[in-house]
Write a protein that binds this ligand. Structure first.
Ligand SMILES: CC(C)(COP(=O)(O)OP(=O)(O)OC[C@H]1O[C@@H](n2cnc3c(N)ncnc32)[C@H](O)[C@@H]1OP(=O)(O)O)[C@@H](O)C(=O)NCCC(=O)NCCS
Length: 203
C-alpha cells in the first residue's frame, strides 16, 4: 500500500478526529474528547497523519507536552497519544510507520524522551521498552508496569529519572492508566502485582 506520513494540516482536524473515533471504537468519544482539549490548550507538539494512495487519511499520531520530575530539574518530555489507524487499514504497517515517524519527530523537536501507555505486545516490536528500565515512572500506579514505555532520544541523559507528570487536561478527563475492574483483570493476566513501592498491606 502506498503511504505518506506527513504533518497534519489545519483543515484536517475533523478527519483526524473521525479516524481516532473509529480506531478506538467504544473508547472513541473519550479519546477524542481528551485529544480535542489537548489541542485546544495548545499542548500538542506534533500531529502526524498517514495518507493512503487515494488521499484518504487512514491514521494519526499525536505528541503532546509532559514533564519528567527529576531531582535536579523539571524536564520537558513528549507523550505519544493517541495512535490511531482506521480499522479498514489496520495490520498493514500504518501504525508502525506512524510510530517510527513520531519518534523521529520527537527527536527532531529536541525532547530527551518520549513516553506512552500501551500494550507492550505491540510497542515492544517497534523499539519501545519499559520506562522503568530508564528509571522513569508512570504518572499513576494504575498504569500496569510493562505498559508504561519509553524511547530515549539524542538529548537523553542518564540523570533523567523520576516520575512523568501529565498536564491537567489528562486528569480532568480521567484519562491515564486504567481503573478496576479492567485494571485488576490486566494485572491478573500479567502475573501482578509487579514490584511497587506501595506499603505492605495489613489486614
Ligand atoms: C494499535 C494500532 C495503532 C496498530 O496499527 P496497525 O496499523 O494495525 O499496526 P501495524 O500494521 O504497524 O502492526 C500490526 C501488527 O501488530 C500486531 N498487533 C496489533 N496490536 C497488537 C497488540 N496489542 N499486541 C501485539 N501485537 C499487536 C498485529 O497483529 C500485526 O502483526 P503482524 O505484523 O505480525 O501481522 C491499531 O490497531 C489501532 O488503531 N488500534 C486502535 C487504537 C489503539 O489501540 N491505539 C493504541 C493505543 S495504546
Amino acid at each position: 500500500m502506498s503511504l505518506e506520513i506527513r504533518a497534519q494540516r489545519p483543515d484536517e482536524s475533523d478527519a483526524v478526529l473521525q479516524v481516532v473515533s473509529e480506531a478506538f471504537g467504544d473508547e472513541g468519544p473519550a479519546v477524542v474528547g481528551v485529544w480535542r482539549d489537548v489541542v485546544a490548550r495548545g499542548l500538542d507538539r506534533a500531529q502526524l497523519v498517514a495518507v493512503g494512495a487515494d488521499g484518504e487519511l487512514v491514521g494519526h499520531v499525536g505528541l503532546s507536552h509532559g514533564w519528567l520530575d527529576t531531582r535536579p530539574a523539571l524536564v520537558d518530555v513528549l507523550v505519544l497519544s493517541p495512535l490511531s489507524v482506521a480499522p479498514a487499514h489496520q495490520g498493514r504497517g500504518v501504525g508502525k510507520a506512524l510510530l517510527t515517524a513520531a519518534v523521529a519527530e520527537a527527536d527532531r523537536l529536541g525532547a530527551p524522551v518520549v513516553v506512552l501507555e500501551g500494550d507492550p505486545g505491540y510497542y515492544r516490536r517497534h523499539g519501545w521498552s519499559p520506562a522503568a528500565d530508564l528509571g522513569i515512572e508512570a504518572p499513576t500506579r494504575r498504569v500496569p508496569g510493562p505498559a508504561f514505555q519509553a524511547v530515549p532520544l539524542a538529548a537523553y541523559q542518564s540523570w533523567m529519572t523520576g516520575r512523568v507528570v501529565y498536564r491537567d487536561v489528562w486528569w480532568e478527563h480521567d484519562s491515564t492508566g486504567l481503573r478496576d475492574p479492567l485494571l485488576a483483570d490486566i494485572e491478573a493476566g500479567l502475573g501482578a502485582p509487579w514490584p511497587t513501592d506501595d506499603p505492605p498491606q495489613t489486614s
